[in-house]
Design a protein around this ligand. Structure first.
Ligand SMILES: *[C@@H]1O[C@H](CO)[C@@H](O)[C@H](O)[C@H]1NC(C)=O
Ligand SMILES: *[C@@H]1O[C@H](CO)[C@@H](O)[C@H](O)[C@H]1NC(C)=O
Ligand SMILES: *[C@@H]1O[C@H](CO)[C@@H](O)[C@H](O)[C@H]1NC(C)=O
Ligand SMILES: *[C@@H]1O[C@H](CO)[C@@H](O)[C@H](O)[C@H]1NC(C)=O
Length: 490
């Protein structure tokens, strides 16, 4: 068992290495890392874990939870994490920011980096939102916080920041976690920790939360919502499932007050997501009829072990796309030779990845964030991924009976994890409908469409790509406000 895993891990890291050089200066690395994982699963002709199980729930003790009785020390650590100001931040910042490390193992080898922004008004009554990006291996700080829903965006000078009018900290206290160790500023002293998968990511994230709540005890009983996108379609349900089962063991004293999860353009089922992707290519005029019919005829989408004919047509489908941003099919791609840009907040700059990377590598910025000097990358090349179930649907299904609210949202111009993939996945659960398909409104405009199933809401965001909050900041804020209030948007 172990040697099989390490062989796979080796293969995966080789594939990663090769791909890395092919994609440097690509707009959305998060999606590319997801695609690399899929390709490596495909090339191994079988799934990393043939059937999905709550295997990450195997018993583990609470040994990594820090000693909560040391209240004064926790207070000191919290004060030390307070960010006075980020270099280049604009005037008028009226909320508190914190950044630092939380240990997730007993030897203090593994430290996960977090960035936390409180709400400017009434933060003590607003919920706590944890945001996770995917990859696997990509940073929730570099994407989520700096390019999507955080309070700042890095300007094209890569030195100054501007305020995001539609930041989620208008309605919540938002916690960004770089996970697992090896991603962004999160690290381990022991490089064997970089051989990692879904299981260890879920467990480390759980200990992160417990230990973070010790440092910020005022949030211990606060409503918690876990949100994120892409490969976090694995992380979020797995972490929620873990929290739920841990809470169940301690009925009297819930350790984490989880109220809901929201998954954006999430990769939740290998086969149905693949099928949905190719169908989206054809229905959005990105592929020829010939290729589409070839895929229909030769691909079965029952496992990654497809015939050579199928693989041939799939490669053709990828080639036919040309140089578009597959994560937002109608958007411009980043061209770093163009110096004049005219992107407004609602017109997301496709070179944001570059500005963010330059900014986060400035020594003053790293100092302000209380991290040790590091070469920060949006996605990590150090990780070898060992386990990744083919489907998360039974975990999602199990969570439906836990009483938390479950929203699956989808930006409808994402080609990599498109709405068709999400629909095929959700439809396979055959859930009873209790709110019929209808448009929802952001002010007077249709923000997207929604359908309510028993214990699960599917909701689209019109005109948004893979990184939904980047492309439709205003309607996404409307959506997430409704989610946090436990009601459907208007
Ligand atoms: C903050 O709370 C006060 C008192 O509950 C309320 O009157 C006020 O409207 C709240 N402000 C915001 C922005 O939520
Ligand atoms: C791990 O590295 C950190 C920072 O370099 C150091 O402070 C810590 O003592 C190390 N832990 C171990 C167990 O070596
Ligand atoms: C690193 O971690 C591995 C696996 O947990 C362990 O076997 C090894 O002893 C560790 N190495 C050091 C130097 O602590
Ligand atoms: C994949 O499929 C081929 C024939 O379609 C079969 O011979 C082979 O054993 C399969 N491989 C795996 C790993 O299932």
């Amino acid at each position: 068992m172990f040697s099989i895993l390490s062989q796979k891990a080796l293969l995966w890291s080789l594939i990663l290495l090769v791909c890395h050089f092919a994609i440097s200066c690509k707009g959305n690395q998060q999606g590319e890392y997801l695609y690399k994982l899929i390709q490596s699963k495909k090339s191994q002709q079988k799934d990393f874990s043939s059937h999905e199980e709550a295997y990450y729930l195997s018993d583990f003790s609470d040994e990594y939870v820090s000693h909560e009785h040391d209240v004064e020390q926790q207070l000191r650590l919290k004060e030390a994490d307070k960010v006075k100001a980020l270099p280049g931040q604009p005037k008028g910042v009226d909320f508190d920011q914190y950044a630092g490390y939380i240990s997730v193992d007993a030897k203090e080898d593994r430290k996960l980096f977090y960035y936390f922004v409180e709400s400017p008004l009434n933060s003590s009554t607003k919920p706590l939102v944890l945001w996770l990006n995917g990859g696997p291996g990509c940073s929730s700080f570099g994407y989520g916080a700096m390019q999507e829903l955080g309070p700042f965006r890095v300007n094209s000078d890569a030195n100054t920041l501007s305020l995001n009018k539609h930041a989620w900290n208008k309605v919540a206290n938002v916690l960004f976690l770089e996970s697992p160790a090896g991603v962004g500023f999160s690290y381990s002293n022991n490089t064997s920790d970089y051989t990692v998968g879904d299981k260890k990511t879920a467990i480390d994230s759980y200990f992160f939360l417990r230990n973070w709540l010790s440092r910020f005890p005022q949030y211990k009983t606060r409503d918690l919502f876990i949100t994120g996108e892409s490969y976090a379609g694995h992380y979020i349900p797995q972490l929620a499932d873990l929290i739920y089962s841990k809470n169940k063991k301690n009925e009297n004293q819930k350790q984490i007050n989880l109220k809901g999860i929201a998954v954006g353009n999430g990769w939740i089922d290998d086969n149905l997501c693949m099928k949905g992707m190719y169908d989206y290519y054809w229905t959005h005029a990105l592929n020829s009829d010939e290729t589409h019919y070839g895929i229909e005829k030769h691909c079965h989408f029952k496992s990654f072990n497809e015939s050579n004919e199928c693989v041939g047509y799939q490669n053709k489908a990828d080639d036919e796309l040309g140089n578009i941003d597959n994560y937002n099919i109608y958007a411009p791609v980043c061209d770093s030779s163009v110096t004049e840009t005219s992107y407004s907040e609602n017109n997301f700059d496709p070179c944001s990845d570059d500005y963010t990377t330059t900014y986060l590598n400035q020594p003053e910025v790293q100092e302000a964030l209380h991290v040790k000097a590091t070469k920060w990358l949006p996605c990590s090349d150090d990780l070898s991924w060992t386990d990744s179930p083919a489907s998360i649907l039974s975990t999602i299904n199990r969570l439906r009976s836990s009483g938390i609210s479950i929203w699956i949202y989808s930006g409808d111009t994402d080609g990599r994890v498109p709405i068709t993939s999400t629909r095929y996945s959700i439809n396979s659960l055959n859930l009873p409908i209790h709110t019929a398909w209808r448009p929802w409104y952001n002010y007077k405009e249709v923000g997207g469409y929604l359908i309510g199933y028993e214990g699960l809401t599917l909701i689209t965001v019109r005109g948004a790509g893979h990184m939904v909050p980047s492309y439709q900041p205003q309607s996404t804020l409307t959506l997430i406000s409704s989610f946090l209030q436990g009601k459907l948007p208007p």
